[in-house]
Write a protein that binds this ligand. Sequence first.
Ligand code: S3P
Length: 191
Amino acid sequence: MKDTIFLIGFMGAGKSTIAKCLKRIYEREIVEMDQMIEEQEQMSIPKIFEEKGEEYFRGLETSLLMELKGKQNLVVSCGGGTPLRTCNVEIMHKSGRVIFLTASPETVYERVKNSHNRPLLEKNKNVSFIETLMKERKERYEAAADYLVSTDGRSAEEISREIMEKMEMSRPQEQRFKQYGNQDMLLTEFE
Ligand code: S3P
């Protein structure tokens, strides 16, 4: 069963917040890619970008996804640039479903304006730059995504519920049936 949930989307789209919420409500194990890379490299993301460059960082993302391939039932909060590499998207599709969390440039700005751990935004923290980069990436995000889920003006709980419903509906019908303990009525209601 390909059941890992990969959360993709622009910086500030809410990937980490939703991952934590899925952990809390659905008891899913979560992997925060940026944090794991920082631990493995013993270096912050801005330092990795500064000292080793973006390409090196992108390589670390691919290696980490390869490492996660053997695990099941995870929620992986990807970096904003993770789905830009086709090989990363292929790895994700082999292990689970890809959920694209969307947010408007204004929402993203509000969420990232006080943080300093995103080297790509550090000198460009304004709605216009965010909008431009978002537009550049939109097609890649959409191509990678199994599902799109909007985060603007919604609670983490509501978003998490929508994600789990989408995951459930993407299971083969026999498995959905099994999970609901052979209850015809319930299955019919659910369908
Ligand atoms: C990046 C997003 C960041 C981090 C790095 C590069 C990007 O992650 O991986 O700064 O290229 O969009 P978040 O989306 O978690 O901020």
